[in-house]
Design a protein around this ligand. Structure first.
Ligand code: NDP
Length: 283
């Protein structure tokens, strides 16, 4: 039976570290501050943004939630971002995705100052991550790596399969695993023999967005399984991309949903915001 990798415990530890560092900065006159911009009424996005503000309060960070109406133009949003980039009291700038259809996400992300890009989504930060330079790592994949490391099972030399190649999860997860010396197979909807590839993997990172997609027959005995997915099952209950109970019978370690990667994503955002404050204040 797999051991649970608790996002709750690990995220609490990371948040405590962020809080301690934020307190140190405050003593030196710097109050770390995150600005979160949200456009429109998407209820899930509203919940995520509220969670980020709550995390900031818990860690002793200031936060501003800038809620703009659905009909906000791209130009107005870009203007807002430019103002936040220029505001020296704001250290982290984040735009909650998805944006309404009339706004080009890429234009908006590109407009965020790389120094304040605490989501790690701008091309500059992505490029730095690819070449292994100091940067803001994207929160979800960085959280996955923390969870893997917490098991004590070395990542180096392991065969890892990442399912999903989105820019925010799958691709950076594959890059970070490679940086940690795993041998990585990045799978997607056009991958052949996905089941066999997964069944040979020591580490599986599932980021597909389909409830129960990873079944027990796809998992090697003793594998480490990281479930990024956030879905609703037929009964409306929150669940991941992994068929949890049967896979937990075979895996050595597994992350739960809820209580797994999602909490780590939030904690990594706190770490990145404090780091941004430290770097911008030259401390
Ligand atoms: P995307 O929809 O952007 O990407 C999904 C990926 O899964 C794509 O690369 C797609 O392949 C691949 N895929 C879809 N169907 C299959 C299939 N049958 N076989 C193999 N691959 C397949 O999703 P995200 O990366 O944004 O999110 C993935 C999941 O993670 C979602 O449930 C999301 O809610 C969750 N999530 C959780 C976060 C957290 O903090 N825990 C943060 C962000 C996301 P292709 O590229 O070929 O289309």
């Amino acid at each position: 039976m797999a051991e649970l990798i608790s996002g709750k415990t690990l995220a609490a530890k990371l948040k405590a570290e962020a809080a301690a560092e934020a307190a140190e900065l405050r003593e030196k006159g710097v109050h770390a501050r995150l600005a979160v911009v949200i456009v429109g009424e998407n209820p899930a996005s509203r919940t995520y943004v509220a969670g980020k503000a709550k995390d900031c309060a818990e860690c002793g960070l200031l936060s501003d939630v800038i809620a703009l109406p659905e009909e906000t133009t791209e130009a107005a949003l870009l203007e807002k971002i430019a103002a936040l980039n220029a505001d020296k009291t704001v250290h982290g700038v984040l735009v909650q995705l998805p944006l309404p259809g009339h706004i080009r996400e890429k234009r908006v992300i590109d407009a965020i100052s790389p120094d304040k890009d605490v989501d790690g989504f701008t091309p500059v930060n992505v490029g730095r991550m690819v070449i292994g330079e100091e940067c803001f790592l994207p929160c979800t994949p960085a959280g996955c790596i923390e969870m893997l490391k917490s098991t004590g099972v070395p990542i180096a030399g392991k065969d890892a399969v990442v399912i999903g190649r989105s820019n925010i999860v799958g691709k950076p997860a594959a890059l970070l695993l490679t940086a940690n010396n795993a041998t990585v197979t990045l799978c997607h909807s056009k991958t052949r023999d996905l089941k066999a590839k997964c069944a040979a993997a020591d580490i599986i990172v599932a980021a597909i967005g389909k409830a129960g997609f990873v079944t027990a027959d796809m998992v090697k005995e003793g594998a480490v399984v990281i479930d990024v997915g956030i879905n609703r099952n037929a009964e409306g209950k929150l669940c991941g991309d992994v068929d949890f109970a049967p896979v937990a019978e075979k895996a050595a370690y597994i992350t739960p949903v809820p209580g797994g990667v999602g909490l780590m994503t939030r904690a990594m955002l706190m770490k990145n915001t404090v780091k941004a404050a430290r770097l911008q204040s030259g401390l």
